[in-house]
Design a binder for this molecule. Structure first.
Ligand code: SAM
Length: 166
């Protein structure tokens, strides 16, 4: 999956610098780096960050997306990937403002989230419909790119959304 997403973002945006938000063990960062694209990742899990492959570990930072600012300057990234994570956050206001801040205008944001609620799932508390997210991302300054659904769109009740940073 990580290879497919990184290849697809490369083809679409030809980025120089990419950030993976909610990077876990850094596999997306690794996939971008293997294609010669400078990539970094952020995640709150010390376990995930400390067990990431050695060649990417130095490019991963501990950040609590509910509270912390991203440790990067304004407009630093051409692209951001954000997979399987927004639904785990208590509040996505801070991170959507932060993602927009660290991105270049015209850059690509790849989002993957689930639309299926599960009453027994205590980790994913922020689950909404596709139309809800389209409205929210527009409100935060991202333009939906409807002609491109990305790899693995709508698989296992997960949806893929691609946006351009305005
Ligand atoms: C379902 S995993 C997805 C990981 C990876 N992006 C993927 O697609 O395989 C969700 C990730 O979000 C991270 N996460 C959850 N809450 C977070 C928070 N408040 N701040 C930073 N990362 C968080 C978790 O540690 C976990 O690595």
């Amino acid at each position: 999956m990580f290879q497919l997403v990184s290849l697809s973002m490369k083809k679409c945006f030809n980025p120089k610098r990419v950030l993976d938000v909610g990077c876990a063990k850094g596999f997306m960062v690794k996939a971008f780096r293997e294609q010669g694209i400078a990539a970094w990742g952020v995640d709150v899990s010390e376990y995930a960050l400390s067990t990431a492959p050695e060649d990417v570990r130095n490019h991963l930072f501990k950040v609590d997306l509910n509270r912390d600012a991203l440790p990067f300057s304004d407009g630093y990234f051409d692209c951001v990937t954000f997979l399987g994570t927004i639904e785990c956050l208590e509040d996505y206001d801070r991170i959507l403002c932060e993602i927009r801040r660290v991105m270049q205008p015209g850059g690509g944001l790849y989002v993957r989230t689930t639309y299926r609620t599960d009453p027994e799932d205590t980790i994913r508390k922020n689950i909404h419909s596709r139309s809800y997210w389209l409205k929210e991302f527009r409100r935060y300054g991202f333009k939906f790119l409807p002609t491109w659904e990305g790899p693995l769109a709508n698989q296992w009740s997960y949806g893929t959304l691609l946006f351009e940073r305005r």
